[in-house]
Ligand binder design. Structure first.
Ligand code: MG
Length: 387
């Protein structure tokens, strides 16, 4: 299992912001959330190392932004960067066998850079992001007298992520601790073990935010990227079983029928599909996450109530639905007479005019479970606007 250790323990003194620099915002998103988001699709879990006084704020920012979907642990940093990495390594769960170590302040890291480092670990146990040196580097003495000029072609500027097998980097840290060695990066500890370290291509954009000028540079780089449109699309799908002795409720309308839908709530399959479309468009998960069927509060609850909750959740996250289209797949009963009330219910809940909401019904020509009247399915698509 791949884990990432995000280092967020600095005091940010050189930034002069009066707070941990990873909590500063870039285009409205905290630095630590941007960094976490870069790893979200590639690792199974994350350990964030932060000072005690920042832990709550960092945890809250990550949870509020849904930046990271995997397992998340926030642990306390040490006196030095190396100590902080060690605390992060100690906090890795037993199933972690490969780890990326990354500066939380390098929030412009891209997924390709991360994947190159990971691939090198699979091949040879280490993968460390680095770029060609563009400046000529001089060696100097204490009075800045030049003592040498290494050949630039042999020099690389090292970044993070630095990726290793957990076994290798743990051994390197233990050995450095035993010798009282403090390195400025993790690769140097592995080098001291006598193990070769593989560099991989990093990125010039992968800068470490250290001074206020870096923030300005990062903002400028982000503006270069084409802005994402403020419209998102989402889709939802749901199925419920038809049984005797239950009401049939679709889009909040109680429809006379010999069978009804079985479920923990009122089993309004159409609204469930719609809510999943809304949560899907906004990357807020699904209704199972927000209204678990193990929660007694939702037993028999009207799905119109759940829909109100999802509308409020979207508003809290600065989104609103601009239109919705729901398709109900049922062999029986005839739904056409009930469609106007269904549309009205959905439009009212979404705060939309009627001409922004469509509800339609179809049969499957007696094919499949809907055709055999074993259940009813529904699909929904909606457009969501950032507000
Ligand atoms: Mg459902």
């Amino acid at each position: 299992m791949w884990y990432v250790i995000l280092l967020a323990g600095g005091s940010g003194a050189r930034m002069g912001a009066g707070c941990n620099k990873v909590l500063l915002e870039l285009q409205g998103e905290p630095v630590i959330c941007r960094a976490a988001r870069a790893f979200s699709g590639v690792v199974d879990g994350m350990v964030v190392v932060a000072r005690k006084e920042d832990q709550q704020a960092i945890q809250a920012a990550l949870e509020a932004s849904h930046a990271f979907a995997g397992k998340l642990h926030v642990v306390t940093g040490g006196a030095t960067r190396q100590d902080s990495v060690w605390n992060g390594l100690q906090a890795l769960p037993a199933d972690a066998d490969k780890v990326l170590i990354h500066d939380g302040a390098r929030c412009l890291v891209d997924e390709a850079t991360i994947r190159r480092a990971m691939e090198a670990v699979e091949r040879c146990g280490s993968g460390v992001a680095a770029i060609q040196a563009v400046d000529t580097i001089k060696q100097v003495d204490e009075s800045w007298q030049v003592t040498g000029t290494p050949d630039r072609a042999t020099l690389r500027a090292v970044q993070t992520p630095q990726a290793f097998t957990v076994d290798l980097i743990r051994r390197a840290h233990l050995s450095a601790q035993a010798e009282g060695f403090q390195g400025t990066d993790d690769a140097s500890l592995v080098e001291r073990l006598g193990q070769s370290v593989q560099l991989t291509e990093g990125s010039r954009r992968n800068i470490k935010l250290t001074t206020p000028e870096d923030i300005a540079m990062a903002e400028a780089m982000l503006q270069e990227l084409p802005a994402l449109p403020s419209l998102r699309v989402g889709q939802g799908y749901d199925v419920h079983r038809l049984v005797e002795g239950r009401d049939l409720i679709l889009c909040g309308v109680n429809i006379p029928h010999t069978l009804g839908l079985l479920g923990h709530s009122d089993a309004d399959v159409a609204l469930h599909a719609l809510m999943d479309a809304m949560l899907g468009a906004t990357a807020l998960g699904d209704i199972g996450k927000h209204f678990p069927d193990t929660d007694e509060r939702y037993r028999g609850i009207s799905s119109m109530k759940l829909l109100e909750h999802v509308v409020a959740l979207l508003a809290e996250n600065h989104h609103r639905v601009t239109n919705a289209d729901v398709t109900i797949v049922a062999q029986k009963p005839k739904l056409l007479p009930h469609i106007p009330q269904m549309r009205q219910n959905v439009a009212d809940a979404l705060g939309l005019p009627l001409n922004r909401v469509n509800v339609k019904a179809t049969t499957t020509e007696r094919l499949a479970f809907e055709g055999r009247e074993e259940g009813i399915s529904a699909q929904a698509v909606c457009m969501v606007q950032d507000i």
